[in-house]
Ligand binder design. Structure first.
Ligand SMILES: [Zn+2]
Length: 347
């Protein structure tokens, strides 16, 4: 009997360390995707269908301030911006983060059986995926970093142009890199960031502070076109994952955003009494609440489908800081004590 057990352990143990985990999460963040657009068939017909097949929260809020780096850091490390301290959209500042991300936590828990990958459309995001830095093993981070804002000053106008060095549409490039990551198998955690709907929201020709001519803006023609491209890209990513995992039995998708937006921007303080506070100063940010921001900037989608999500009950309201503990929950890991959110899976 004992010899039998010993033989089993001998054969099982070595495989436990190296066999790939049979559970996957694909986290897709569509930068600047206002909640109302995510399930509007005019903007995102495929995502609307996918949302119907799965679940979502009735409401979900960005973290304060509703900006890209603060929120993506929160999404990946389970701390609010006032705790992780990443308040500004700056890659050098982002480089100082030392809090472990969910990639770090899963990688240290599961060791070599865990495979993580990220595809980010804004280079600065590569710094927050792992506290080990953008090139940390076993994580591979790629990006379509070809589209940047190039401000051109001419008289009183600042025209914002987007330059694409390769001629490939940036969101389609993000899609293609994501499909490459999914060519042979599904990484256990794949983070995909589409950046361009946000850039189209900011697009405009300005005279001083006023947009004088634009097909940009939140919900504008440029953003609507962009969201349709991203919508088709999400469908292609789901189809590619389904090639390896028919029925998505082992693969859970979470589709969300870092923030919404209104007019040509997001993340500005709307409360007159508090408008002198700086969102770059931690003590100022601590005084702000969700009510100090435009509701369209705060409102984000949070959609889950695939994996075991049919059996989940999802909480009615989700905060950005809940995304990280939810993903750890799907992998069967306890919420770390330092985390400030709760898993969105109620039971
Ligand atoms: Zn933005």
């Amino acid at each position: 009997m004992f010899r039998h057990i010993a033989v089993c352990i001998f054969f099982i143990l070595p495989t436990l360390g190296s066999a790939k985990l049979e559970k996957n999460v694909i986290l897709i963040s569509v930068d600047g995707l206002k909640r109302a657009y995510a399930t509007d068939t005019h903007f995102m017909p495929n995502l609307t269908d996918l949302a119907k097949s799965g679940k979502g929260s009735q409401s979900a809020s960005a973290a304060i301030p509703p900006r890209t780096i603060p929120n993506h850091t929160t999404m990946l490390n389970g701390l609010n911006p006032r705790t992780h301290g990443m308040l500004i959209n700056d890659k050098e500042a982002a480089n100082v983060t030392s809090n472990p991300s969910i990639f770090d936590i899963l990688s240290s828990h599961f060791g070599e059986s865990f495979e993580g990958a990220a595809v980010v459309a804004k280079k600065k995001l590569a710094y927050i995926v792992s506290s080990q830095g953008p090139q940390s093993a076993p994580l591979s981070i790629d990006g379509s970093f070809v589209r940047e804002f190039i401000p051109i000053k001419r008289d009183n106008f600042v025209m914002r142009q987007i330059r694409n060095f390769t001629g490939v549409h940036p969101s389609e490039q993000t899609r293609d890199i994501a499909l490459e990551k999914l060519a042979d198998s599904i990484p256990n955690l794949l983070f995909i960031h589409f950046g361009n709907a946000d850039l189209d929201g900011h697009w405009g020709v300005r005279f001083k502070a006023t947009i004088v001519k634009s097909n940009g803006g939140w919900g504008g023609e440029r953003q609507r076109n962009e969201l349709r491209i991203i919508d088709r890209a999400i469908k292609a990513i789901v189809e590619q994952a389904s090639v390896h995992d028919p029925g998505l039995e082992h693969t859970t998708f979470i589709i969300t955003s870092d923030h919404g937006g209104h007019k040509n921007s997001h993340g500005g303080i709307e409360n007159q009494d508090k408008s002198k506070l700086s969102i770059k100063v931690l003590e100022d940010v601590k005084q702000l609440t969700l009510d100090d921001f435009h509701p369209d900037d705060i409102s984000i989608p949070w959609i889950i489908f695939g994996g075991e999500s049919d059996s989940y009950r999802i909480s009615d309201h989700i905060d950005q800081v809940d995304t990280a503990p939810t993903i750890l929950d799907i992998f069967g890991l306890e919420r770390p004590v330092a985390f400030e959110g709760q898993s969105a899976i109620v039971n």
